[in-house]
Ligand binder design. Structure first.
Ligand code: CTP
Length: 402
């Protein structure tokens, strides 16, 4: 989404302006053309040279009226922008944006562009909580702006509270979804399950699995970047969920089933990537189990099969991690679980699947030749799976399971 995009980054004058340098750098590295526009106050915090060096492009100051190519700056930048990001957005900048003022180049671009607006407020907690700021945010949201909630924590003043600029990763996620708002999944609701389940024996021990959640998180991010309203049901994972999706955290298979029952209500597609434990301890001890000085046995009971327990009426894509006969097993699961597609990976190899950054999968569909996605990043695997989802939705080749 970000590669090839033209992003106007309007930096306004708060201490978090220095973090906008990282955002400018990361966006440039990801292949975006970043036009940085500084407010007057932003220049007090970070100079244009920093952004010019990071983006390798001209930086625009608050009073710039023409580009170096002799074009009217706000008109030119507004026209070609794919997105306008205001980060950090000070209380003053939010007020000026909400009022529709054009008192510097950044606000003039905001008034002139049809591109989506992403605003990342960052300020002292009292200013953020003030009714005036909240009303301005509500106005911007009502106009379709994507507002990224600030993080809680320590502010430069030493105060604790809500007002910190979120990490660059969060801003990139929100920008990715804003850029993809008119994508092929616009108006669709996609549910993704990811991560592993944990079944507790006692308050401190559990039976789990090696799922990292990385592939599922990439699937959710990819769905959001194609314009879908995305719901992620996330079990145990070693990665953070994307900021652009609505995430519910769960631990056990039962909790995952309950969360999925809610999430699939009104959805168009379910991508069941979670590694769901098939068994759980028959009992969960209230207090920590003690060593008894002899061999112990664990009684297990079967967990429900989540795919079989959920209703139909939407596209269903499953995942399978197999160590043997992976394609034959995949075909059997495709039928048994009444799936529209099953993505199978061979986890008998150390360099793919689980916590590895890369993955190699085969996408099996009932009526199509198998599609192998050669060893690549989990983001690229996610893109391939989402292509299949788009195709399945377009064909409306789904119906309730019999
Ligand atoms: N799955 C599920 N509920 C379970 C177990 C798995 O919905 N209790 C889903 C997984 O999320 C995945 C698909 O079923 O999309 C296949 O998972 P897998 O663990 O390979 O299937 P199992 O039926 O558990 O088969 P196996 O005996 O090989 O573990």
């Amino acid at each position: 989404m970000i590669a090839g995009a033209r992003v106007v980054l309007y930096v306004t004058g708060g201490i978090a302006a220095y973090k906008a340098a990282d955002l400018a750098s990361r966006l440039t590295q990801a292949g975006a053309a970043v036009d940085v526009v500084l407010s007057r106050a932003a220049e007090e915090f970070v100079g244009p040279l920093t952004f010019e060096a990071l983006t390798q492009r001209a930086v625009y100051r608050a009073d710039a009226s023409m580009t170096r190519g002799h074009q009217i700056a706000h008109v030119h930048l507004a026209r070609r922008a794919d997105a306008l990001v205001v980060a950090p957005a000070t209380a003053d900048a939010l007020a000026r944006l909400a009022q529709g003022r054009a008192d510097d180049l950044g606000t003039a671009i905001a008034l002139s562009t049809a591109a989506p607006l992403v605003a990342a407020p960052a300020m002292e907690p009292a200013m953020y909580a003030h009714a005036a700021t909240q009303a301005n945010l509500a106005t911007l949201r009502a106009r379709g702006a994507r507002v990224i909630d600030p993080d809680c924590g320590r502010l430069a003043s030493g105060a604790q509270g809500k007002g910190r600029l979120p990490p660059t990763e969060t801003l990139m996620d929100m920008l990715g979804a804003a850029l993809g708002r008119d994508g092929p999944l616009r108006g669709r609701v996609v549910v993704v399950s990811a991560g592993g389940t944990r079944e507790f024996l006692d308050p401190v021990r559990f039976i789990g699995n090696r799922a990292s959640g990385r592939q599922g998180v990439e699937l959710a991010r990819a769905a959001a970047n194609l314009g879908a309203a995305t719901r992620l049901v996330l079990g145990a994972a070693s990665v953070d969920p994307p900021a652009s999706v609505d995430t519910t955290r769960v631990e056990s298979a039962d909790e995952m089933l309950a969360a999925l029952r809610q999430a699939v209500d009104g959805c168009d597609a379910l991508i069941m990537n979670a590694a769901v434990g098939d068994y759980r301890p028959a009992r969960r001890a209230v207090s920590k189990l003690k060593r008894r000085g002899s061999a112990a046995q664990l009684d297990l009971v079967e967990n429900p099969d989540l795919l079989r327990s959920l209703p139909g009426g939407f596209v269903r894509v499953g995942f399978a991690a197999e160590t043997d006969d992976h394609l034959a097993n995949a075909r059997a699961k495709l039928r048994a679980k009444r799936l529209d597609a099953l993505v199978v990976n061979d986890v008998g190899r150390a360099d793919r699947g689980f916590a590895a950054a890369a993955n190699e999968v085969t996408i099996v569909r009932p009526d199509r030749p198998d599609q192998t996605v050669p060893l690549t990043s989990k983001a690229a695997v996610a893109a391939a799976v989402l292509d299949v989802v788009v195709d399945l939705l377009a064909a409306a080749a789904h119906g309730p399971p019999a």
